[in-house]
Write a protein that binds this ligand. Structure first.
Ligand SMILES: [Fe+2]
Ligand SMILES: [Fe+2]
Length: 312
């Protein structure tokens, strides 16, 4: 047995080198990920992004703790500590991700698809999207706490994503409530989080397969869903999906940016690596039709689009 891992004791507490009252934003992203209550999780995600945004380089007094050695201030904002590798206790691992008792999670094939032209069916459709957004908060928070040693911009990007997913979740939940339902009322599946789990040790695969595969699928699906909702007369839902589609282009762009960044840094060929990762991690092979305009806006190259369009 070696020395106890001091870093493992920092979640929700403090290490000998951390500021007495203020765990880093990455530590608090982990706490938010473990938070089971959706409203509290969403509020925490938005607060973390606001705090990080107020804490821009060069560090200001408000976001820089004194260095424990008594020397110069931290060379980077302490609250955006990016180097420290955080680890999970067994209890935290078991509680990952924090989510409410409902919705019940079932295999994807057991989630019924219903007509959006009845109020119940429309509520079920909106619930499914609301569940995707809830999971998406978790995915973004997971990227923040799990992967140490990335450039600070990586953490800022994923904090932005977490905050925007929190907004999407909250807008959909509010609308769902106006239809007499709430988050948890319908069964849901766990496909998004499963891919997050599968790629927990591989940041390149995570960037390739979560934002730029699973989230990107939302770019393709959203206009089709909006058509149905327009025909069903639910203009508020269409309006919410406009906000979501706009933001999701940014999320996929963030996935593309960091996937390509990592490939370049590691001397990997992004175009040939992607299909290998799809096979290795058994990611869904995406099928047309694609929202080519949104995908191009999110940074997919012609070569990458050609691969997608060549799906057999
Ligand atoms: Fe979203
Ligand atoms: Fe997203």
């Amino acid at each position: 047995m070696g020395q106890p891992d001091v870093r493992a004791a920092t979640i929700g507490g403090m290490s000998p080198q951390s500021h007495p009252q203020r765990p880093s934003i990455r530590q608090r992203a982990l706490e938010a990920l473990l938070e089971p209550d959706p409203a509290r999780k969403a509020a925490q995600a938005r607060a973390l992004f606001e705090e990080a945004s107020a804490c821009q380089a060069p560090p200001t007094a408000a976001c820089t703790a004194p260095h424990p050695s008594g020397g110069d201030a931290w060379s980077e904002p302490r609250l955006l500590e990016v180097v420290e590798a955080l680890t999970l206790s067994e209890a935290q691992q078991a509680a990952m991700p924090g989510r409410p008792a409902l919705p019940r999670l079932v295999p994807a094939k057991d989630v019924p698809s219903r007509s959006p032209f009845t109020q119940e069916g429309r509520a079920a459709l909106l619930h499914a999207i609301c569940h995707i957004e809830f999971n998406a908060i978790n995915l973004a928070l997971d990227a923040v706490w799990r992967f140490a040693g990335m450039p600070e911009a990586f953490y800022r990007d994923w904090l932005r994503v977490a905050a925007e997913e929190a907004l999407h979740f909250s807008l959909l939940r509010e609308h769902l409530r106006s239809l007499g339902h709430d988050y948890g009322d319908f069964d849901a599946h766990d496909g998004l989080w499963s891919m997050c789990e599968k790629t927990r040790h591989d940041i390149v695969a995570r960037m390739a397969l979560v934002p730029r595969t699973l989230e990107a699928r939302g770019l393709d699906a959203t206009p089709l869903i909006q058509d149905k909702l327009t025909r069903a007369g639910d203009l508020r839902a269409v309006e919410i999906l406009d906000v979501i589609l706009r933001d999701e282009v940014g999320h996929v762009a963030i996935g593309n940016r960091w996937f390509h960044h990592l490939c370049e840094a590691r001397g990997l060929d992004a175009v040939t690596l992607y299909p290998q990762l799809v096979r290795e991690f058994e990611a869904p092979r995406l099928r047309p039709p694609f929202n080519e305009a949104a995908r191009k806006a999110a940074g997919f190259t012609d070569q990458e689009m050609a691969f997608l369009l060549g799906a057999d």
